[in-house]
Design a protein around this ligand. Structure first.
Ligand code: KIV
Ligand code: ZN
Length: 506
């Protein structure tokens, strides 16, 4: 049985300190709920004394989330602790996170104090927090640059005062993995009451070492890791949750695991990225757009033969459907054929050759070939061969200030049928009219309209994904009339599932 590593997520506190990433309370609750589903153990919800907004967020998150412990940050100041306790009053499981600087630079310059007084203030803060909550975490700010012997004295004193968790932050992201690991080891070996508390890592990424340092901390005895989604945080950010979780899953011999539901990693990452307006770099480990994308022909061939040739994580485990074979001018037929199959096209040799030739021509002009480009290529190349059982013969839409109404005539096999329907918009009206003429129950699971270039006279590309039972198909069309393109794309997708005509009932 592996040992438990507690995941302390500080996306909503340290992550939210990034300029431009501020969320309102409603958004914070949404993120907190996603973190709860992801399975984090502790959510640091804010720094209540810092603003009424932070106070309110901690209070509302305390009400909205039940499983994880809700944590509030304070300085080693009584008033901060009183306000944090108030903000946490409705939480089912609550923790106060208090602390003070322990490096020479913090003690003498920032706090204008001395080492003995810092220990007294640390102990007083923990004792004060303990009056409100059982679960008190102490942070030894800038522990990364602090003297280990002094740090051990601080840690021993706060544990004696009642701290249940002691956080050893590398606040400035200064440590090398070996140094940080040795620091944790030193504490594990020299603090007499260390068994009474959990040691926590909190690493910043200024030298790109945050995840490595966190793992060294864990290897040397830390059993809580403080992390953020996508590694967001001040300056170069914090340790990223997804990297720690997946590194431990990949290296089972470390015998430490988290309770994180890794299948929700991608969706949580995307949610945080879009809410906080913080794009994830394409090559970011685990959650970057290219993290599972293979572009060289040799790699693509290897992955198609056996995923493990070039992948240490199954993308499905982090919530992606599968690895992306990025199609470029260096891709081979196997990669193209594989991608087309996923899009619902199984092409035979000659046909595949034709599409491949066109694909190479396009790939020479365009760096990144996307699914809709492929669908366009397949349409253009095999258009005559793929029999379109369903054809859109007529489309008329009334919209504007009227209730959007669409009339369609479809040719299904040999017969022509007409239907009229209203909807909440022109596309919805047309789709409803078409659905009334076919037998299958289909659901639009993706609908994308993109301008090809710029300007009101531009061509709009529409990509529709339809679900019919367990089958997923993609339809595509491009037209200067985006409504027409949308309806054509829908019909295009229907053809791939061979939808049949609905028989008239009397
Ligand atoms: O980096 C740091 O030291 C912190 C503390 C406030 C925990 O974020
Ligand atoms: Zn921090």
């Amino acid at each position: 049985m592996s040992e438990k590593l507690f995941i302390f997520d500080t996306t909503l506190r340290d992550g939210e300190q990034v300029p431009g990433c501020q969320l309102n309370t409603v958004e914070k609750i949404e993120v907190a709920r996603a973190l709860e589903e992801l399975g984090v153990d502790i959510i640091e919800a804010g720094f209540p004394i810092s603003s009424p907004g932070d106070f309110n967020s901690v209070r509302e998150i305390s009400k909205a989330v039940t499983h994880p412990t809700i944590c509030a940050l304070t300085r080693a100041v009584q008033k901060d602790i009183d306000v944090a306790a108030d903000a946490l009053s409705l939480a089912k499981h609550k923790r106060i996170h208090t602390g003070i600087g322990v490096s020479e630079s913090h003690i003498y310059y920032k706090l204008k104090s001395n080492p003995e007084e810092i220990i007294e203030r640390a102990v007083a803060a923990v004792k004060h927090a303990k009056k409100y909550v059982e679960d008190v975490e102490f942070y030894a700010e800038d522990a990364g640059r602090a003297d280990n012997e002094y740090l051990a004295r601080v840690v021993e004193a706060v544990i004696a005062a009642g701290a249940t968790v002691v956080n050893i932050p590398d606040t400035t992201g200064y440590c090398l993995p070996l140094q940080y690991g040795k620091k944790i080891k030193y504490l594990m070996e020299h603090v007499s009451n260390i068994d009474k508390a959990i040691i926590s890592t909190h690493c910043h990424n200024d030298l790109g070492m945050a995840t490595a340092n966190t793992l060294e901390g864990i290897i040397n005895g830390a059993r809580q890791a403080e992390v953020t989604i996508n590694g967001i945080g001040e300056r170069a950010g914090n340790t990223s949750l997804e990297e720690v979780v997946m590194a431990l899953r990949c290296h089972k011999h470390l015998n430490v695991d988290t309770g994180i539901n890794s299948k929700l990693i991608t969706s949580t990452s995307r949610m945080v990225s879009s809410m906080m307006n913080m794009p994830v770099q394409a090559n970011k480990a685990i959650v970057g757009r290219n993290a599972f994308a293979h572009s060289s022909g040799i790699h693509q061939d290897g992955v198609l033969k056996n995923r493990e040739s070039y992948e240490i994580i199954d993308p499905v485990d982090v919530g992606l459907d599968e690895s992306v074979i990025a199609l470029t001018a260096r891709s081979g037929r196997a990669a193209l054929s594989h991608r087309l199959e996923l899009l619902g096209y199984k092409l035979e040799h000659e046909e595949l050759d034709k599409v491949y030739k066109k694909f190479l021509e396009l790939a020479d002009q365009k760096k990144d070939i996307r699914d809709d480009d492929l669908l366009y290529l397949v349409g253009a190349t095999t258009g005559e061969k793929i029999s379109k059982r369903i054809q859109l013969k007529y489309l008329q839409i009334l919209t504007g200030t009227l209730i959007p109404t669409a009339t369609v005539i479809l040719k299904i096999g040999d017969s022509e049928r007409t239907a009229t329907s209203t909807g909440n918009g022109p596309v919805d009206a047309a789709v409803k009219a078409i659905k009334s003429l076919i037998n299958e129950s289909v659901m639009i699971t993706e609908f994308l309209i993109q301008a090809m270039n710029k300007g009101s006279d531009d061509v709009g590309r529409v990509h529709v994904q339809l679900k019919c039972g367990s089958m997923l198909v993609h339809g595509f069309s491009a037209n200067t009339d985006v409504v027409k393109a949308a309806v054509e794309a829908f019909v295009d997708a229907l053809n791939l599932i061979n939808a049949t005509e609905k028989k008239e009932t009397k």
